[in-house]
Design a protein around this ligand. Sequence first.
Ligand code: HT7
Ligand code: ZN
Length: 883
Amino acid sequence: PKEIFLKDYKLPDYYFEAVDLKFSLGEEKTIVSSKITVSPKAEGCSAPLVLDGCDLKLVSVKVNSNELKEENFHLDLHHLTLPSPPSGKFTLEIVNEIYPQKNTSLEGLFKSSGNFCTQCEAEGFRKITFYQDRPDIMAKYTCRIEADKSLYPVLLSNGNLIEQGDFEGGRHYALWEDPFKKPCYLFALVAGHLESRDDTFITRSGRKVSLRIWTPVQDLPKTVHAMYSLKAAMKWDENVFGLEYDLDLFNIVAVPDFDMGAMENKSLNIFNSKLVLASPETATDADYAAILGVIGHEYFHNWTGNRVTCRDWFQLSLKEGLTVFRDQEFSSDMGSRTVKRIADVSRLRNFQFPQDAGPMAHPVRPHSYIKMDNFYTVTVYEKGAEVVRMYKTLLGSQGFRKGMDLYFKRHDGQAVTCEDFFAAMRDANDADFSNFLFWYSQAGTPHLKVTSSYNAEARTYSLKFSQEVPPTPGQPVKEPMFIPVAIGLLYSNGKDMPLSSVYHDGKLESVAVNDQPVYTTVLRVTKKEEEFVFPDISERPVPSLFRGYSAPIRLGSDLNDSDLFFLLAHDSDEFNRWEAGQVLARNLMLSLVADFQHNKPLVLNPQFVHGIKSILCDSSLDKEFIAKAITLPGEGEIMDMMKVADPDAVHAVRSFIRKQLASELKEEFLITVKDNKSTEQYVFNHPNMARRALKNIALGYLASLEDPELAKLALHEYKTATNMTEQFAALEALAQNPGKARDDVLADFYSSWLDDFLVVNKWFALQAMSDIPGNVENVQNLLKHPAFDLRNPNKVHSLILGFCRSPVNFHAKDGSGYRFLGEMVVQLDKLNPQVASRMVSAFSRWRRYDETRQSLAKAQLEMILSSNGLSENVFEIASKSLA
Ligand code: HT7
Ligand code: ZN
């Protein structure tokens, strides 16, 4: 397989101005005709025109209406080449056949539950027709779709519907025109039996936009929340960024078979059904929140991604990092900012940090790839969003908005780079960003050490920073990064100290704003070692470092347990209160893991129990914050901090602490469950979600005790729940412990929900993720369950990736978990390489484990690599994992 490098980027020799597509959809085959207006980059260009094409049957090629003979073009497995196209502008007409009914890869044109549907990002358009399939080719499109009217009554594409009609013999057509130039990855077509929920949105300039959410008719009642989310997102983008929707129609289509969450095709977003359909009885609060966030995300792409797109796929984070940042901010504004930040940082730590420390580590803007699909990663998305967040931290809300305005002013309608975004931020604010661009080019999570000292005589407080960016594949040595450190200092009474100035590089710099002292300031750490000294500090402060998690780094500080307990109790930055609790919990878990490994008895620090109790019982705190604060760090996070990851020890310790807390705080947890029971109808708002979250966490703790009385309580909660959030939490609580009660409740849940495929997926996932010993056998049996289907990515995620989330079972020392995954990858690769390569990623950190596990995992990676007909997707991840 060929590796593609960022440094080799070249402007295209030919641009496409207009593209007219025609689709004749059929049961055997689909005929695609394209008419493209081609213009050379420069007068007299004699370069060959190379078009991408994959799995296409060419029927004819015409240039300026003349059909080309075979000797005048060249066709191979991946390209159609015109060696000497005419000089100057010309029209190119191509006819080809495709076979969507046989397409299980879910890219290009495929069928999902009987409906036609497309997915073109990143390089799927080449599975539809021959084209320069790259994002810097931006053209205006029309799309004419012809199909059987009774099978496919709805025909959709991008832009506006400008014509439609019927033919004799039961076929009909629709002609769509998109007035905006776009890259081909934003092209979309849907044809099928669908109904829509319709609504309207009046933009702030008074334009009326029709909103339609399309699903099979029986699912329409479940689109209320999606429509609410869409309208909220449209309003939010106007209010916060001044960005209005630019067409008269916005369509969303929900399909059950989809590789990712959703796709932002211009005016025709296509969504995985699980991110559209929700009702209180069938969807949890987490589902509702995910729908809000992803509907927002795809809508926000209309500006950050569609109006301004990427020059090449290396720049993916330009649109994805920025749009994730925008959806995070949207969700924060719609709910609790602190809780959202905690969730986002946890995700970064649990998924992105391990990637950044493993063989697949890559910068936010990768330098090379074999298959672009493999780079839709937590690094490009979530770390990319943190990079955007740092601009905002450094520039403030107004400065950030100025940068965004300039970005759109300069680049609307263009395909651009991460430097263009950086330059807009810098120029709009006249800012000095020195080495900030290393965030795009250097992989690895920087380690930042902070040491503090207080000089009572001089009344100064010093913070010394030293940073290290760890080596990653292909990048043994790194430059220091530009790290914004948002910081506050606390008096011993817990109040924030006012800050007016700081000594840095021998100079006294003001940190006041409008001549007023501040309580949080942002220090700019740009060197390997750097010191900041605060003057006029009357007592030894406790520092609150990286408020709001102001940079994606690993922090090592000299704060001791009593400082951390103090911050947990007093910090005015709520995120840092949570963070202090997490640091305490991580330290505690690591020390108990060491005890476990040395066969020492496990004893829980009473101060920790007291800390958890005081949070649980603090009625002044937000309930969702309490739920987050009393949740222990995940097993993956702890393993990530160990020299040799020990899944059995970490699991034993986490279970021990949970049980110990449950037993010591049993009364408090019981009161929490009782006081937070739902009494009214389900409402999706922060106070109600917070109450449910806290009740569910408390119930989970109680059920861990394996006490029949508490199991009875959980069963009662399961039976009386009026919404899925509480019913599923009760099911999870009961399913922690093996036995008849577990088996019965799982069987009851399935028989109650077998008609709802999204709920059944939850049922698969819950069993797959179980830590019950030897669960691999159960998962293997579930593969044969009538509701399971290997061709559906949601089901594969629930069952197979779900299984890999259980450290004890996936990393079982007998190798059964690894063997199971190895076999599944080989099978899946034949159907859907993108999904298969995501599965292989579960192996990528195999070197983190003991020798026995290492050799078992390595054997599976080698087996995968030696299998016949391996896709480039799987090859790239498996070979890089072994390198
Ligand atoms: N921009 C979309 C990416 C996407 C995708 C990528 C590869 C293969 C399938 C895919 N489906 C959607 C989604 C987004 O981030 O908004
Ligand atoms: Zn996106």
